[in-house]
Design a protein around this ligand. Sequence first.
Ligand code: ZN
Length: 286
Amino acid sequence: MKLVRFGPRGAERPGIIDGEGRLRDLSSHVKDIAGEVLLPASLARLSDIDPARLPLVEGTPRIGACVVQVGKMVCVGLNYSDHAPESGMGVPSEPVLFFKATSAIVGPDDDVEIPPGAAKVDWEVELGVVIGKPVRYVSKDQAMQHVAGYCVVNDVSERAYQLERGGTWDKGKGCDTFGPMGPWLVTRDEIPDPQALAMWLDVDGRRFQDGSTRTMVFDVPTLVSYISQFMSLQPGDVISTGTPPGVGLGQKPPVYLKPGQTMRLGIQGLGEQQQRTVAARIGDKQ
Ligand code: ZN
């Protein structure tokens, strides 16, 4: 199943993509794509619905983040064997974890705001893993039973905030709009091997990232198991699993985003995103 949220920001409705790629309104069955709707029994109920019997959504509405009420967004750093070197850092012996503020989450095609004075805004196409069942202290063997599905994440990052301002990486990861997520939550059954997905990202038509989840250092079951040793995970939590090479920081000289540019990115089987960069206006609220 490809689950989706559509409509104006803050008033999205749940939807499903039918076999012909058309958007169908799911709001007669669930209120939203969040929390307990992601539990295995609930997803099984949704998969029994014939999408052809659901109302067709006309036009091309805005697409929202594919999951709402995300309790936490746990990100994994330096998790691609071919990306760690371009960052000037080695491949870590254990997963590097940091958080992205959930207030950063936006729809897959929403504008990405450059914060006032920010000069090193960068991109990172990533495989997002959406938790579907509460879990803690889980073994690697049992971990996947707790995954509802996958989505595309752009882990937008401000490198000066992340690396030059002291402390942890979190300052450069949580700015408003730094977490485009979607277009779809693709359920786990549709992606038999999450470690064999092509992934790419273009800026203004130039391909910067052209990788595969194959070069992940710690695979999805390992990450779910590892993270669950330090915190419990709940339905709707998201793990963003790291980025392949080709980020702006890794270019020689580095390349960073300015207002007026366009990012396009995608992962095999999970759909595509497109964001325009704009200057954040002081005083604006999301
Ligand atoms: Zn990242």
